[in-house]
Design a protein around this ligand. Structure first.
Ligand code: MAN
Length: 544
């Protein structure tokens, strides 16, 4: 059944309080499309596909493929109905919603024939929207004002930092010169220090070697006395033969030829011959005959002497050695006495092995103690070491200062190369962090540095990414930030965060979410993103 093409259309147009004007047009047609619907002519579908008599417009039968012949009914599945919504914003709704019993248009016009009781809420909605827009405009204005301050501040800071950088670079140059000259001073001081230490070391090694030789000599002399059973001042073949341990062919007996070989092809050797050429060949096999209970030589131990009376030169250590030699001579006498006592002991205990152990441990202990104690440096060497220490310290300190200056330069340079927006308006966020706590986590955004997440009830921080780049669309590059390469997600890629920025009076994290696993989204407001004019204000109403 055909319906009146104009329905009940007596549209009221409000023109800036100038009064109401009625504009006749079919139901569901916008003011801007009105001229397509001329009741005096046949109607051509808007896609040009068909022309129909005008009275078939809005006759509840779909003629046009694009649904344009039924703007005010639900006959065409792809049609759309225009609500004028005077007092608020006009909108199109799908034709299927026309007269479906649900109020879609705030001016109630979509339910003109369904019996639904709709209330015109356009004015109220318009008022609310206007208020919202006004609030947004106010925020934007205040934000924009703050932004100007931020820009000024950034400019000042940048200049200050550039100045600081120039000063640091000058300082760096000074420190470099300083380090170089202190290095030369240090090296000049270390050379004589090293040489003096070398001399000291060498002298000490010589002293040690001499002591060792003396000990060997004494040991040889002691062995000689043991072997010289008839005390004729010679060790002879038969005296060697009494020591079966010196057997060389493994038959358990030292034969005459074997003994002769051990004596270097001679029948007998005197003490000096024994010390010089025989002792070394038998010392490892030789077993001492007696335990000699001899007290250690009576001289003051070398190390103690060295500590209480620091030697000042190699000569003095040598002198000590000679004194030792002399003492050693005296010791020999005592050893002779001890030998006798030792014989007694041996008779008592029969402990040859014990004797050897005791004897060798006596030598070894003395030897070790001597080896360990390096005498202190002489005054001259000590003075050289002190001077070198001082030069080293001064060089190290200067190097430390140079490194500090270099580090400061490095971080300043890094800061100065960051893109803080067209006018540096984002610079104030550098070195700041902003937090937001959710049910589970505390999220921390440190712009131009990192984003982190920490469980609310303790635990360590999880990196959600480090500063990557601005990531807004080309037309609005500074509306988003990308943070990348955070802690690896279990069996997945490393965490990343996208921070979406919006204009706000305050710098604050508005929300955090994890739209997909280990990919985080933060909403962040800042005055730095406020513009002078609010987009969309007063541009929505194509007809009023
Ligand atoms: C932690 C948090 C979560 C994340 C899972 C992934 O629990 O970082 O945000 O989804 O790890 O395993």
């Amino acid at each position: 059944m055909a319906m009146a093409p104009f329905g009940v259309l007596a549209l009221v147009l409000y023109l800036n309080c100038a009064g109401a004007v009625e504009v006749k047009r079919p139901q569901g047609v916008s003011l801007s499309n009105r001229h397509f619907y001329d009741e005096t002519k046949p109607f051509t579908c808007l896609d040009g596909s068909k022309t129909i008599p005008f009275d078939e417009v809005n006759d509840d039968y779909c003629d046009c493929k694009d649904g344009s012949d039924e703007p005010g009914t639900s006959a065409c599945p792809n049609g759309s109905f225009h609500c004028t919504n005077a007092g608020h914003r006009p909108r199109y709704i799908p034709s299927s919603r026309v007269n479906d019993g649900i109020c879609d248009c705030c001016d109630t016009t979509d339910e003109y024939n369904s019996g639904a009781s709709c209330e015109n809420t356009c004015k109220e909605q318009g008022r609310k929207e206007k208020e919202t827009l006004q609030r947004m405009a106010e925020v934007a204005r205040e934000g924009f004002r703050l932004k100007q301050q931020l820009i000024e501040e950034a400019k000042r800071n940048r200049e200050e930092k550039q100045q600081m950088l120039a000063e640091l670079q000058k300082k760096k140059g000074t420190w470099e010169v300083q380090v170089e000259s202190l290095k030369a001073i240090k090296e000049a001081a270390e050379k004589p220090e090293q040489e003096a230490k070398e001399v000291h070391k060498k002298a000490w090694e010589e002293v040690q070697a001499a002591r060792k030789a003396e000990r060997e000599k004494a040991k040889a002399a002691e062995t000689f006395r043991e072997l010289d059973d008839n005390e004729d001042g010679f060790v002879s073949v038969n005296e060697i033969q009494t020591h079966a341990e010196l057997d060389s062919d493994g038959d358990g007996v030292v034969s005459e030829p074997e003994a002769e070989t051990l004596l270097g092809g001679l029948n007998q050797v005197d003490l000096s011959g024994f010390q010089e050429s025989i002792w070394a060949g038998i010392r490892d096999k030789y077993k001492s005959e007696a335990i000699i209970e001899s007290p250690p030589p009576a001289e003051v131990p070398v190390e103690e002497g060295a500590e209480s009376h620091p030697k000042s030169s190699q000569e003095e250590w040598r002198k000590d050695d000679h004194e030792e030699d002399e003492d050693g001579g005296g010791g020999e006498d005592r050893d002779d006495d001890d030998d006798d006592e030792g014989d007694d002991e041996e008779d008592d205990d029969g402990g040859e092995e014990d004797y050897k152990d005791q004897q060798s441990s006596y030598f070894t202990e003395k030897h070790d103690a001597d080896d360990e104690k390096v005498p202190p440096y002489d005054d001259e060497t000590r003075a050289l070491i002190n001077a070198a220490d001082k030069a080293r310290n001064e060089f190290t300190e200067a190097e430390k200062s140079l490194r500090e200056v270099e580090n400061s330069i490095g971080s300043l340079e890094r800061e100065l190369t960051i893109d803080f927006g067209p006018d540096g308006e984002f610079a104030y966020m550098f070195n700041q962090c902003y937090e937001m706590t959710t049910n589970e986590y505390v999220y921390k955004l440190c712009p131009f540095s990192k984003v982190a997440q920490k469980a609310k009830h303790g635990g360590s921080e999880t990196s959600l990414g480090v500063w990557g780049s601005w990531a807004g669309p080309e037309s609005n590059k500074f509306s988003a930030m990308k943070y990348e390469h955070g802690t690896g997600c279990w069996q997945g890629p490393s965490r990343t965060t996208l921070v979406k920025l919006s204009c706000g009076k305050e710098t604050v994290v508005l929300s955090t979410s994890e739209p997909s696993r280990c990919e985080y989204l933060m909403e962040f407001s800042t005055p730095a993103l406020c513009h002078e004019e609010v987009d969309g204000e007063g541009t929505e109403h194509d007809e009023l």
